[in-house]
Design a protein around this ligand. Structure first.
Ligand code: RIB
Ligand code: CA
Length: 323
């Protein structure tokens, strides 16, 4: 049974790989993409999402979403200050996410409806369940919840969140970027009552993509294979310079693993039913706190602690061989 999915993205490099996987793999039907600010501002994340759709000639509507977190930026001491120094290799600036994807500018426009309003409208009128795959900050989903606290209780099979980390973080000593960028939004979503599965850094840093996998993508002889290889090689260079993984010259391609889980759940390993809440201040801001006690609070989500990199690459090749 082909699953209907909605992708909520802050299109950057791994979001682009996720979008291509969702458009091309026969295991899912991408009914819409919603942009949100995160990796880049809302103009850039929306344009990059439109560029991927146009490059694939995909008839998928794009809904522009929230331009900033729900409340975080109201607090001057919580506004993130980029601390990393530019990294130059062979005279070239290394970036995990370029401002704009290196594919033609889009000639398409986003839909008139905003992303939060799209969620309300689509879910109230859906005739089949849909899986929401959120691979950016959760602001759009939280704003929709603020407008209708029951919005995800109907017609939503599952909310899959690329975010969080227990043994691994990347935005701060305690937090992963998507959750850290809008912690209040993330806490609202984990309380929303839908089935929630986290695809956190604990899993994405195990199911890594290597340089040899990029060769495999290029051997497919397709646009998607070549573009995915470009994006993954960009990420490998950045990981090697700033966050080396257990396999040298490899990268986490976080968002595409979240889509791959919806296509084949066996790609995630050691998935546990847990009680998870989000740190909302000070040193623990944006931390995904998984309750380790035997008598925990109510278990409100599933959390993957490992991933299968070989099955991950197979799923990506199943998609990218198409176009
Ligand atoms: O921490 C990784 C996540 O933050 C990914 O979704 C990446 O695209 C960024 O949004
Ligand atoms: Ca993302």
């Amino acid at each position: 049974m082909v699953k209907k999915v909605i992708l909520d993205v802050d299109t950057g490099s791994d979001d682009a790989v996720a979008l291509m996987t969702a458009v091309l793999h026969e295991g899912v039907e991408l009914v819409a993409a919603c942009s949100v600010a995160g990796n880049k501002d809302i103009e850039k994340t929306t344009e990059n999402t439109l560029r991927v759709m146009e490059a694939l000639n995909a008839d998928v509507p794009v809904y522009r979403g929230c331009a900033e977190p729900m409340v975080k930026f109201l607090c001057q001491n919580r506004i993130p200050l980029p601390e990393y120094k530019p990294i130059m290799v062979d005279g070239k600036l290394l970036e995990m996410h370029s401002d704009y994807l290196d594919i033609p500018a889009s000639t398409r426009k986003p839909e008139a409806l905003s992303a939060p309003m799209f969620y309300l409208d689509y879910l109230r009128n859906a005739t089949e369940p849909v899986t929401i795959i959120a691979v950016g900050p959760l602001t759009n989903l939280a704003v929709a919840l603020t407008m209708d606290p029951d919005v995800f209780k109907h017609n939503v099979e599952e909310i899959v969140i690329m975010g969080g980390g227990v043994t691994i973080t990347n935005a701060s000593p305690s937090a992963e970027f998507n959750i850290w960028y809008d912690p209040e939004a993330a806490e609202k979503v984990v309380q929303c009552g839908a089935k929630i599965t986290f695809v956190p850094l604990d899993a994405t840093h195990r199911a890594v993509i290597t340089k040899d996998d990029c060769v495999t993508f290029r051997e497919l002889g397709t646009f998607a294979g070549d573009f995915a290889a470009d994006l993954c090689e960009q990420r490998i260079a950045m990981h090697s310079a700033t966050q080396p993984l257990y396999i040298p010259d490899s990268a986490a391609v976080h968002d595409a693993l979240a889509v791959s889980y919806v296509i084949d759940p066996s790609v995630l390993k050691d998935v546990r039913h847990v009680c998870l809440h989000v740190g909302l201040g000070d040193f623990g801001e944006g931390q995904t706190i998984v309750d380790p006690r035997y008598f925990t609070g109510e278990k409100n989500c599933w959390f993957a602690f490992d991933g299968d990199r070989f099955r991950f690459v197979e799923i990506l090749c199943e998609a990218f061989r198409k176009k």
